[in-house]
Design a protein around this ligand. Sequence first.
Ligand SMILES: [Zn+2]
Length: 173
Amino acid sequence: MLVDNCKMQVICNVEAVGKPEKFIEGGIFKVIKGSCLCGGVTFEIEGEVTPIQNCHAERCRKATGGAYAPELLAAKDGFTWSRGKELLTEYSAPIINEPPAYKRAFCKRCGSPLPVEVGSTGFMMLLAGVLDTDPETREFRHAFIGQKACWHEITNELPSYEGQPPVPDKYKK
Ligand SMILES: [Zn+2]
């Protein structure tokens, strides 16, 4: 009965700190973890995240140094900085059209891009490349392919949008 006892222990601990009852098989509380390159900053996400949007906008390419930014959203109330919050630095690019500003967060020691709150939406935006565990969500579309890098070819059949795609109803607040 060792397994059952462990499971009960986890449930009791979770109830004690008032966390939502969300478990995967074996009774382990499901948490998605991420960290920066130097390991100075770590974070945890409890609960569901959105599918991954590959954003090909010029600013996203500059912010990541990659062909596109693999972006996903997590609810702010399930998000926790577990280590190194003092290493967090933010940069807000000038507003082009309308607020909020294009804001990026990064580790001031290693430069890794880190999760950042999206305006006052209640969501944190993060790049899938800084995750350490499987978010159990996958790429689902391409955004801003009108600004795609000339040297990059999209080789999958996912839906593509010239500019900003609509927010799926499920994630509207
Ligand atoms: Zn770092």
